[in-house]
Design a protein around this ligand. Sequence first.
Ligand SMILES: Cc1cc2nc3c(=O)[nH]c(=O)nc-3n(C[C@H](O)[C@H](O)[C@H](O)COP(=O)(O)OP(=O)(O)OC[C@H]3O[C@@H](n4cnc5c(N)ncnc54)[C@H](O)[C@@H]3O)c2cc1C
Length: 293
Amino acid sequence: MTSRVMRDFDLLLPESVTEVVTLLARHKDKSAILAGGTDLLVALKFDYAIDNVISLALVPGLGTLRFDPQDGLVIGAKVTVAEILKSAEVKANYPALWQAAQVFATPQLRNTATVLGNIMRASPAGDCSLAILALGGTVLLQSTAGQREVDLDNFWLSYAVTARQDDELAIAVKIPAPPSGQKSAFRRMTRTTEDLSKLGAAVSLHMAGNVCQQARVAMGCVGPTLVRLPAIEKILAGAKVTTELLQDIVGSVAAEINPIDDQRSSADYRLKVAGVLVRRVIEQALDNEGNVQ
Ligand SMILES: Cc1cc2nc3c(=O)[nH]c(=O)nc-3n(C[C@H](O)[C@H](O)[C@H](O)COP(=O)(O)OP(=O)(O)OC[C@H]3O[C@@H](n4cnc5c(N)ncnc54)[C@H](O)[C@@H]3O)c2cc1C
């Protein structure tokens, strides 16, 4: 049974990462981390059997947003979507992520919602998550037993389920430094501008002139998790990006996705337009416009 009344829970306010992981080890699946709370507080109004909410509010050291041309980008667990949007380094080096932040919800939401929260929610409509999947990255997890890194390619196991164990805190997501010639873009479709995506696409293309050396192509809202499109990546790898190639891609996307009917769109519509969205996001990356239309 669902209810709109928030269930009772204990709000725990640890003051260090060590305290957080100790609490997680004690309460395991009866606890949840509170970052921005934009997903969690909604979930707590439904059947969500959580007795202990562990807030990150007082935990220092999780607000890092650091770019290094060799090591890439580190986004700490408390970095908000608004901070991504303010970063000139993200805009210049990871346009797909910056563009996802640009269209993400409303200013109020962007000021509160974190990038890590978006990843941990494991929704196929997660905008920053989709951009980062196209760029490639790893999630750094910590428990009382130590740290481990999980590639995002293996992180989302099914709808709302990740490779994170109940006793692990996600500390950061790391995105590799962009190789020279890397171009990326994000694009989404919504019912109204501020709604969640009904379809999303993101690419990162390693270009040498107009030849694509390597590609990562990802889509959202076409299955229970965010997905990469290996057949499209194969078409692009080593190919000159021409109008004909893009037409080939438009015709090949539907065979790679498995959308459903839901309140935001129908499977049929998604199948019809997904190829065009992928073509447009590739064109956007190559134009390097920086702004989503
Ligand atoms: C009105 C509205 C509009 C929205 N619009 C968009 C949109 O346009 N695009 C979009 O992608 N999303 C959207 N969302 C969803 C939500 O805002 C995002 O998923 C957001 O990024 C979640 O971040 P948060 O910090 O609020 O996470 P929280 O709600 O704090 O946490 C989300 C989940 O992740 C877990 N978690 C968070 N941080 C960690 C951590 N460090 N380690 C382990 N577990 C953790 C929490 O326990 C919880 O299960 C919207 C939500 C609302 C309510």
